[in-house]
Design a protein around this ligand. Structure first.
Ligand SMILES: *[C@@H]1O[C@H](CO)[C@@H](O)[C@H](O)[C@H]1NC(C)=O
Ligand SMILES: *[C@@H]1O[C@H](CO)[C@@H](O)[C@H](O)[C@H]1NC(C)=O
Ligand SMILES: *[C@@H]1O[C@H](CO)[C@@H](O)[C@H](O)[C@H]1NC(C)=O
Length: 622
């Protein structure tokens, strides 16, 4: 991670009068004229509209075009500056600013703040699970989690100037101090600063979780909102300049305790939530020991390593210092040592030999990209490799506790493993029920669901997420590859259709998630017919490919969305990442879902399906 800037990361304000003028024009059009007409005109004039939404909109309103900015001919340098704030009110998303007393009360019920260096270079679904991890740590440590006030959306459904008229546009590389995108065309380097409350229902989240935004932390400390770092890093000096406004002693600036990144889970260490009492006594836990220089509080008693301990330890390899439950059993079975006849017997054998059972979630295809919480599993690890987050950092008294750097790559959801099923279920509930999109997203997804049903004559419908490259494909030669991709999807949907025909009420089940009951509503509809239309969520934007998709039965979000929907939802729907939330929630309502394993988009959709009580057989990830 690049160090944060002394500028506080916000990019200089635009001095380009053309840019200001076009913002004003759009604002005026939206306030005074029919918004949808303005958007249509903008989109048509500024290009990049493609064949996607054109058919849904129809004609081009010539009379408006003279008022509008000509985005296509603008010089790229104009795009690397951001207007100060998004000034257009967003009624359907706007979360009322909490007053300072309310914020103080949230914080005072906890030991202080939990801060992270947020990886703002990542897309929403990655940010989402990083946020979920922070939220869980906050609960575990009894601290108020400080979340970034905004995230970066990575693409706009229309010309970039259209989105820039509603949300501050930045060059993402400049904003997060990364050269990752420098070689892309200028337009693809841009990002839009979207308030977190557009992506997550913050009001709902606050009901179960002590959480505030960086902007609220700044207000509480009488600091300008401009101080919020554009790259998501916690500013260890700037954010600590002033005492809280409720502090009578102005010299009492917030203190900081840093958890170094290499303390978190270095090689050979398994980060866990906390050490339960029975585990403490099995391992002669000494709360006074531990290497202070490595952030450790407490240590395991020394124990003779039995043959079984050593056999199992010999099988550990790679980054993950754990063994799968079944692998541990087969190793011991193969060696003919220990009682492994039942799960209970195996657990006892492990515990008697310095190993412990941990609870976590299965990845997909042996990798940890999907980060969902719907496939609970057990793993086993040597007891002396376990370090509890709560033991090590639960007693820190500093106002702000900060984990430096990233702790998600190759890690399990929550960035740790759980020592009890209860604790894992707490995290699952946070992900499945407390992190929720806004009502607008949920309502629009319900509407798109009903429109899909109309398209399939009231039958069950099936959907897929079709992940394509980040580049718009214009090359005719890509056609074949696209066709193959679609063929693969159709093959899976065909298997899905057979499955839906075979579903019986009596054998419907749910994912292994807490507080959910079987969704039987699916059986009220009749199963799909062979030539039924199917829903495709895709980042493909090449008109030829999209036409091909439609010719072969695919239905896109833009085919289902009406002008009414767009007006009601408001500007965020123009941002691809927000449309993505709607698509994810829509796919979660389909009778059958197919997606790719490397995608955290798919992971998010599975979470929603699980929370809804969908049968696990009705989704396939490959
Ligand atoms: C969290 O910390 C606050 C402030 O120290 C304390 O009043 C509260 O009891 C703690 N809550 C829990 C669950 O320990
Ligand atoms: C906030 O800071 C300003 C100067 O930056 C100062 O004038 C004002 O009194 C401060 N307010 C509080 C409540 O500390
Ligand atoms: C957030 O969720 C609450 C329910 O907890 C709901 O009443 C409210 O309307 C939601 N707000 C938004 C903006 O979606």
């Amino acid at each position: 991670m690049a160090p944060s800037t002394s500028r506080g990361g916000y990019l200089p304000l635009s001095t380009d009068s053309r840019f200001q003028r076009s913002r004003w024009t759009v604002t005026r059009l939206i306030r005074n004229g029919p918004p949808a007409a303005a958007l249509i005109a903008l989109a048509l004039v500024t290009g990049l509209f493609g064949g996607l939404a054109l058919s849904a909109y129809g004609h081009r309103p010539e009379s408006l075009t003279c008022l509008l900015p000509t985005g296509g001919s603008d010089t790229p340098s104009q795009y690397s500056t951001a207007p100060p704030t998004a000034s257009i009110p967003t009624p359907s998303f706007h979360e009322e600013d909490l007053d300072l007393e309310t914020l103080r009360d949230v914080v005072s019920r906890t030991k202080g703040y939990y801060a992270r260096d947020y990886s703002m270079a990542l897309g929403w679904n990655n940010m989402r699970y990083i946020i979920e991890t922070a939220l869980f740590h906050g609960v575990l440590l009894n601290r108020t989690v400080v979340l970034p006030s905004f995230v970066y959306a990575r693409s706009c459904e229309f010309d970039i100037t259209v989105c820039a008229s509603y949300a501050p546009m930045v060059n993402r590389g400049d904003a997060v101090h990364s050269d990752e995108w420098r070689k892309l065309p200028e337009a693809e380097q841009m990002g839009w600063r979207i308030p977190l409350s557009v992506m997550v229902n913050m009001t709902h989240l606050r009901q179960t979780q002590p959480v505030i935004l960086v902007s609220e932390y700044l207000r509480l400390h009488n600091l300008s909102l401009d101080h919020e770092a554009s790259n998501g890093q916690w500013e260890t000096e700037k954010y600590h300049q002033h005492a809280s406004i409720f502090e009578t002693d102005p010299t009492k600036k917030p203190s900081l305790h840093i958890i170094e990144n290499h303390w978190y889970d270095p090689k050979g260490i398994n980060r866990i939530d906390y050490i339960p009492d029975d585990m403490r006594s099995r391992g002669n836990w000494n709360p006074e020991g531990g290497a202070k220089g490595k952030g450790e509080v407490g240590s395991w008693g020394t124990q003779d390593k039995s043959r079984i301990y050593t056999f199992l330890a010999g099988a550990l390899s790679g980054r993950q210092h754990v063994l799968e439950w079944d692998k541990a059993r087969s190793i011991l079975q193969g060696l003919g040592v220990g009682d492994v006849s039942t799960d209970e017997a195996l657990e006892k054998t492990l515990r008697d030999n310095g190993w412990e059972v941990l609870y976590t979630y299965d990845g997909a295809l042996g990798m940890e990209y999907i980060k969902n919480v719907v496939f609970p599993i057990r793993q086993v690890a040597p007891r002396d490799s376990l370090r509890g987050l709560k033991e090590d950092y639960g007693d820190v008294s500093a106002d702000v506790l900060l984990v430096k750097g990233e702790i998600h790559y190759e890690r399990k959801p929550a960035g740790l493993r759980f020592t009890t099923i209860d604790s894992r279920d707490k995290f699952s509930r946070l992900v499945l029920y407390n992190m929720r999109p806004t009502d607008s997203v949920i309502e629009l997804a319900a509407l798109l669901d009903s429109r899909m049903k109309e398209k399939t004559g009231g039958r069950m419908w099936m959907g897929a997420h079709m992940r394509r490259g980040d580049f718009v494909r214009t090359n005719w030669a890509m056609e074949k590859e696209f066709g193959d991709h679609l063929k693969r999807i159709k093959k899976h949907l065909s298997d899905g259709r057979s499955l839906l025909w075979s579903l019986r009420e009596s054998d419907l089940t749910t994912y292994g998630v807490p507080d959910v009951s079987v969704d039987r509503s699916i059986l009220k509809l009749s199963p799909p017919h062979e030539n039924d239309k199917f829903y495709i969520a895709t980042d493909e934007r090449d008109p030829g490919n999209l036409a091909y998709l439609r010719d072969h039965g695919g239905v896109l979000a833009s085919d289902l969305l009406t002008i009414e929907d767009r007006r009601k939802f408001g500007w965020p729907l123009m941002v691809t990442d927000v449309l993505g939330l709607v698509e994810q929630a829509t796919l979660a309502r389909g009778a059958y879902f197919y997606a790719h394993a490397l995608s955290s988009v798919a992971g998010g959709a599975l979470n929603i399906r699980a929370a809804r009580g969908a049968d696990p057989r009705t989704a396939v990830i490959d």
